[in-house]
Design a protein around this ligand. Structure first.
Ligand code: AMP
Ligand code: ZN
Length: 139
């Protein structure tokens, strides 16, 4: 285990050194309830192998985590039951990441849960800025 993993709260959860409300685990992933849920049933899906964020996770672990998140999302819809689900990943402190072990939030949504996206959908953006950003993303 490297130094970053040794200090990692989610690695400690996987190792059972810190308690968690486990939903499930398999060879590659661990699923547990968020301690500070945005809505009822908010769960976190993490790879067992420590990795910092979206830029460092390997393709096999990313695939395992996404597929597991899909499974949990379906179960949230059928069993809680939720009306919808958001999958959220925060990559970097500027994007609200606070725990630097890659994780997907599975956030069940309910018709009247009051959560709102932090930008204003449907407002229309500056076409030149959008085009320039697209050019930057094309690399
Ligand atoms: P993020 O801001 O995307 O890095 O999300 C980190 C999430 O981990 C937050 O939603 C926290 O509530 C959650 N969290 C932090 N510590 C624990 C813990 N010990 N058990 C369960 N969830 C935790
Ligand atoms: Zn970790």
């Amino acid at each position: 285990m490297n130094a970053e993993a040794a200090d990692c709260i989610f690695c400690k959860i996987i190792a059972g050194e810190i308690p968690s409300t486990k939903v499930s685990e398999d060879e590659d992933t661990y699923v547990f309830m968020d301690i500070n849920p945005g809505t009822r049933g908010h769960a976190l899906v993490i790879p067992k192998r420590h990795t910092t964020d979206l830029t460092t996770i390997g393709p096999a672990d990313l695939t395992s985590v996404v597929l597991k998140a899909q499974e949990i999302a379906k179960r949230a819809l059928s069993s809680l039951p939720a009306d919808g689900v958001n999958l959220i990943n925060c990559c970097g402190a500027a994007a609200w990441q606070t725990v630097f072990h890659f994780h997907l939030h599975v956030v069940p949504r309910y018709a009247e849960d009051g959560l709102a996206v932090p930008w204003k959908p449907g407002q229309g953006g500056d076409a030149e800025v959008i085009a320039a950003a697209a050019e930057a993303l094309r690399g």
